[in-house]
Write a protein that binds this ligand. Structure first.
Ligand code: NAD
Length: 356
């Protein structure tokens, strides 16, 4: 029987509650689809600061590196707000992404049929179904380029630099083309090639990589146009690939179309099959410990783990189907609508297990 080793970084706030439900669902999926999962826990964020003084202890990095995949809850909270920037829980998050070489961030924006009314967009704009995958480059570009303070024309100024190398663009492009091949074979590359030299290199490189994937229909959009098109006609998109900063903004925009932060999963992938999987929301300190958090984003992150790190496509689809089925009648408070059952975090986990 196949065995997978997962390091759990439960983190702070609602992190432990939601990860526990995701583990329940993963264990049920493992039983049904005949594979075995072994877990190891490590500390990240505020809990790691409390125990060791730093948000990312070396032991955590080592435990993640020795696993097949990592499942993260969320980090941060008011208790650690007075820590200096480099020692805040969120610094641990950036640190672990860097330490694990996670260069590709996958953010699906999907609307589950029972939650269509939660979308801020009109029904006719969403259409039958919306299923967009935003692929964001995660370790290059302006967030990692040279920056500083200076003077210009005798007044104080500051600068940040957008820099991409050809290999960086090629590898993120390949991730996106591979995904497109497994989906509808359509890829939209987003840049600002009418203004930025780094975007012109981005576009040239994506066009060159496209030759390796003749079946994929590639088009290009400027980022400002893409931001508009996402709310005007989201159905036109399947896979979108873009740089770190554009992806940061567009993936948030795309995911909000689905209506609820408690439903949104993500994957951050390294070379090979290794990945870190996490919900996109934070540690929700306002509801932590009350047992009312929505665990579905974390459960859907586990489905992504099964698909992208373990090649367990059927188990992944099974979990997604179970989530869709449970949502027809059951809701945690964040997505509650009258006429449905209001359930707790643990009940939602149990219901997904039963539906599996
Ligand atoms: P948040 O995502 O934690 O919460 C925003 C709002 O959404 C809150 O009202 C919260 O109750 C609600 N919410 C979030 N997830 C939910 C869920 N699963 N079920 C039900 N409701 C949910 O964002 P915030 O309040 O800006 O940040 C809180 C802390 O989380 C901060 O310390 C922040 O730095 C941190 N944070 C961490 C991550 C991460 O770990 N990846 C991401 C974002 C924010």
């Amino acid at each position: 029987m196949k065995e997978y080793r997962i390091t759990l970084l439960k983190g702070d706030g609602i992190g432990p509650e939601i990860v526990n439900e995701a583990v329940k669902v993963l264990n049920r999926a493992a039983q049904k689809h005949h594979f075995c999962v072994r877990y190891e826990e490590a500390d990240l964020g505020g809990i790691a600061i409390d125990k060791t003084g730093v948000p990312l202890p070396q032991e955590t990095v080592d435990k993640c590196k020795s696993a097949d995949a990592v499942l993260l809850g969320a980090v941060g909270g008011p208790k650690w707000d007075n820590q200096p920037g480099s020692n805040r829980p969120e610094a641990g998050l950036l640190g672990i992404r860097g330490a694990l070489g996670l260069f590709a961030n996958l953010r699906p924006a999907v609307i589950f049929e029972p939650l269509r009314a939660s979308s801020p967009l009109k029904e006719e704009i969403i259409g039958e179904a919306m299923d967009i995958m935003v692929v964001r480059e995660l370790t290059g570009g302006i967030y990692f380029g040279e920056r500083g303070r200076c003077e210009k024309n005798g007044v104080p100024a500051a600068y940040d630099t957008e820099l991409y190398t050809v290999p960086e663009i090629e590898r993120i492009a390949r991730v996106a083309f591979e995904l497109a091949m497994k989906r509808s074979k359509r890829l939209c590359s987003v840049d600002k090639a009418n203004v930025l030299e780094s975007s012109r290199l981005w576009r040239e490189t994506v066009v060159r990589v496209a030759k390796e994937y003749p079946e994929v229909e590639l088009n290009h959009l400027y980022v400002d146009n893409c931001a508009m098109q996402l709310v005007r006609n989201p159905k036109q998109f399947d896979v979108i690939v873009t740089s770190n900063m554009f992806g940061d903004i567009l993936s948030d925009e795309a995911s909000m179309i689905s209506g609820s932060i408690g439903m949104l999963a993500s994957a951050s992938l390294a070379e090979g099959k290794f990945g870190l999987y996490e919900p996109i929301h934070g540690s929700a300190p306002d509801i932590a410990g009350q047992g009312i958090a929505n665990p579905l984003a974390t459960i859907l992150s586990v489905a992504m783990m099964l698909r992208y790190s373990f090649d367990q496509k059927e188990a992944a689809e099974d979990i997604e189907r179970a989530v869709g089925a449970v949502l027809k009648d059951n809701r945690t408070p964040d997505i509650y609508t009258p006429g449905t059952n209001r359930v707790t975090c643990a009940q939602m986990g149990d219901l997904v297990c039963q539906a599996l």
